[in-house]
Write a protein that binds this ligand. Structure first.
Ligand code: SAH
Ligand code: DHB
Ligand code: MG
Length: 212
């Protein structure tokens, strides 16, 4: 998208409060990769959770807690965000961010590799936001579909993966993972899905039924 439009949306609709600005500043001071969602994508995730009155949400890939705060702020006081992070340094910083946001009671960070943590979770999530490594995305698709309730939202960041998704010459494992995820989301009979072209692309799908 034209950067001017992105800035316009952000300034009007997704201005950060000091908590979010500080989390972003910590990415810099702690040298975390700057791959958190953008403010306007954070606002979109927040709005989507409000739309379905989500109470139980799962995130794969916490990083420094930036998207987690946008997500968890959409939950009621008795709601819960479970977020999975395998990097101990990221996990520590994300936990500090959740505490600084006053959200520590609403967020449970589980430290470990996603493919080891996912089998331990109870199904019934209202939404699953996938934003971690890209090669295992087909597995994350299967887990997301398993863990979502009927009517639940499947969300996945980096649908375009910086253009790699539409580059037929890019046969890297990451690009293949992203393309495979998008194909699965597009044709799974249990899901109605599309890509919202926000930032690097957000796959959004609603699980309409349990069986193919
Ligand atoms: N959702 C975050 C950004 C996540 S960046 C935000 O928008 O603020 C991707 C994160 O996923 C990184 O912190 C990385 O350490 C973590 N990650 C990568 N592979 C993982 C895996 N297999 N299991 C758990 N976490 C993983
Ligand atoms: C990258 C970007 C992301 O937003 C992400 O979730 C993972 C990786 C990247 O640019 O490599
Ligand atoms: Mg991402």
């Amino acid at each position: 998208m034209d950067e001017r439009f992105e800035r316009y949306i952000t300034e009007l609709f997704a201005a950060e409060d000091p908590v979010l600005s500080k989390i972003r500043a910590r990415h810099e001071s702690e040298k975390l990769p700057a791959i958190n969602v953008s403010p306007e994508e954070g606002k979109l995730l927040h709005l989507l959770l409000l739309l379905i009155q989500a109470k139980n949400v799962l995130e794969i890939g916490s990083l420094g807690g930036y998207s987690g705060v946008w997500l968890a702020r959409a939950l009621p006081a008795d709601g819960r965000l479970v977020t999975i992070e395998r990097d101990p340094k990221h996990a520590r910083i994300a936990r500090e961010a959740f505490a600084a946001a006053g959200l520590q009671d609403r967020i449970e960070l589980i430290e470990g590799p996603a493919l080891e943590v996912l089998p331990t979770l109870k199904p019934g999530f209202d939404a699953v936001f996938i934003d971690a490594d890209k090669e295992p995305l087909p597995h994350y698709f299967a887990w997301g579909m398993k863990l979502l309730r009927g009517g639940g939202l499947l969300l996945c960041d980096n649908a375009f993966f910086h253009g790699a998704a539409v580059d037929p010459n890019d046969d890297s494992p990451n690009a293949e993972g992203v393309r495979k995820f998008n194909e699965l989301a597009s044709r799974d009979p249990r899901l109605v899905a599309t890509i919202i072209p926000v930032r690097d692309g957000l796959v959004i799908g609603v699980k309409t039924r349990d069986k193919p």
